[in-house]
Design a protein around this ligand. Structure first.
Ligand code: ATP
Ligand code: MG
Ligand code: FE
Length: 355
């Protein structure tokens, strides 16, 4: 089975060609991503209208590039998978309409894929992880702990009640005068800082529910910075290190409870796994924290390579392939993009199909 994947939900335009072999493994024939970082960095965040126009400009060329790299023509793909939500509606429209047009022109089936499902299933492509497992998605727009029970079967165990974790990094960087995107800049500054200088809050730590909250942390960072004048590079380094330290402690508590709950829910799973996804998974301290935590709880820790943790079309293609392999129905060409689309609603949608 060979599929063309299209991703346009946020600020990356991406196309990929992926094959799924009968044994369940995958071959990525092409993986092209065009980041719009330069278009948005002057604004310190993603501007929806600029993003949509950039997708329009780039997508056709990117799809051609992906087909060229794969050495195939459109008639050689068995299906098309396009992100249809959640995300910025302008970008989603561009990608989904392009997918529909190709499906209509070639007569191939279209799979409208939930972007979060793409992130959730990536570890099966990269590491062959078996269901059920836990997935932590930490990106610029999402912070979720999800139980992945099967294709189309997800339970959201925890989510952020305010800012996403990547957003907290971005906002912290902005108020410290560091460049966008904030994550890498904060991590770089933190490397030479003192993580014990500031005692930043660790929101929701100790609570039984598995949610996250990061907006208080950002406020505490602002107050710390305002309390120092003039702010030196060392102060910034110390703030960043203390910020990362607070995050690492928060994740340790929150995710630790999640792992515990998983063990109670599935006592018979011999090798439970925690999978990470999203741009923040690039952060070394975050990775280290999760790695250690997993070792303590005897979980396998799976962190796919960075380019498959951030937004890409390989994961969208793979999600489509997983559905195809199970004989799940493709989508009607009338399917509409959805800017909001919680992952757990997939299960209900599939139930409606009578699965
Ligand atoms: P989404 O996938 O949620 O729609 P997105 O495009 O913002 O949104 P990603 O591209 O997966 O998500 O990740 C970008 C986020 O990851 C940004 O918030 C960025 O600051 C953060 N990030 C990237 N590298 C690091 C790092 N080294 N440390 C911490 N955060 C990082
Ligand atoms: Mg992005
Ligand atoms: Fe994403």
């Amino acid at each position: 089975l060979r599929i063309l994947g299209i991703e346009t939900s946020c600020d990356e335009t991406a196309a990929a060609v992926v094959i799924r072999l009968p044994d369940g493994s995958a071959v990525t024939e092409a993986d092209v991503v065009l980041s719009q970082l330069d278009e948005h960095s002057a604004y310190g965040g993603v501007v929806p209208e600029i993003a949509a126009r950039a997708h329009v400009d780039a997508l056709d060329t990117l799809i051609e590039e992906a087909l060229t790299r794969a050495g195939i023509s459109l008639s050689e793909v068995d299906a098309i998978a396009a992100t249809s939500g959640p995300g910025l509606i302008g970008g989603l429209l561009v990608g989904l309409m392009t997918g529909k047009a190709i499906a209509r022109a070639t007569g191939k089936p279209l799979y409208a894929v939930n972007h979060l499902e793409g992130h959730a299933l990536t570890a099966r492509l990269t590491d062959g992880v078996a269901f059920p497992y836990l997935m932590l998605l930490v990106s610029g727009g999402h912070t979720q702990l999800v139980l992945v029970k099967g294709v189309g079967e997800y339970e959201r165990w925890g989510t952020t009640i305010d800012d996403a974790l990547g957003e907290a990094f971005d906002k912290t960087a902005k108020l410290l005068g560091l460049p966008y995107p904030g994550g890498p800049a904060v991590e770089r500054a933190a490397a030479t800082g003192n993580p014990k200088r500031f005692a930043f809050p660790r929101p929701l730590v100790g609570e039984a529910r598995l949610d996250f909250s990061f907006s208080g942390l950002k406020t505490a960072v602002r107050q710390a910075a305002e309390g120092i004048a003039p702010v030196t590079d060392q102060d910034i380094a110390d703030i960043c290190a203390s910020f990362q330290h607070a995050i690492s402690r928060t994740l340790k508590d929150r995710i630790g409870r999640g792992l515990q709950r998983f063990k109670e829910t599935y006592p018979d799973v011999a090798e439970p796994a925690l999978v990470v996804a999203g741009g923040v998974a690039a952060n070394k301290e975050v990775r280290q924290t999760l790695d250690t935590l997993c070792a303590e709880h005897r979980f396998r820790f799976v962190a796919p390579p960075h380019h498959l943790c951030t937004d890409n079309a390989v994961m969208i293609a793979w999600a489509g392939l997983e559905r195809m392999a199970l004989g799940m129905p493709s989508d009607d060409l009338a399917v509409a993009p959805r800017s909001r689309w919680p992952l757990d609603q997939d299960a209900k949608a599939l139930l409606a199909y009578g699965k």
